[in-house]
Design a protein around this ligand. Sequence first.
Ligand code: SF4
Length: 239
Amino acid sequence: MLTGSLMDVAQADVKELVEGLNFAQKVDRSLSLIEQAFAEFGDRLVVANSLGKDSSVVWHLAKRVRPEIPGFIVTTRFKPAETKRFMAEEVARYPELRVFDNDEEIPDRLYATDPDRCCDILKVQPTREAIREMDVACWVTGLRCTEGRTRTDFKEVEERDEGLIKLNPILLWYEREVWQYLALNQVDVNPLYAQGYRSLGCWPCTKIAQGADERAGRWVGTSKCGGECGIHTRPLLES
Ligand code: SF4
């Protein structure tokens, strides 16, 4: 159940805040949200780290609040080699980051024939497992409402599954502010950004894209184009 100040945050006017707060105010707000959530959930507060730029910001913010805050990475057999190398570096640096994946057999090219099912098996199921195994009460994500058409309706604090809070502490940040934070704090990022990618995923489903929609390069050529893998839209507490 949401309580007290986090409940107030859940009711905030997101659009007004995105445009009304400056970069420094957004950083302060994000830190304060993580502090409040840590005060409420303690060691059951866990960061989901996708190894993308937004996760790198959230991970860095969480470490500023409490270095011991744990995290999990969901990886798949289709992650690019660069992401796998970056993952190995991050896990070596932060032993409190746990890695989850699903190695069950799936049909060849399922990502092309049924990407929703592929994402469900390879991404959503291991996310459920991470939440169950780490006994998560509140998970922290790098989701941002300016990323693309599917991300405009989220809140900073949500309870999509009863009993599981989701905190989106950088929901209000623009793409520019993400890079501003990473540069100012000299945070290491996934090397794929140097090649021109703006949103990272599995290699069969990720292209370099230009234009306003940051996620336009995801699942190009499928009904899922620019869409979601499901971890932010599907129930996470059912098996
Ligand atoms: S992003 Fe593509 S390859 Fe990765 S799990 Fe989803 S459909 Fe499969």
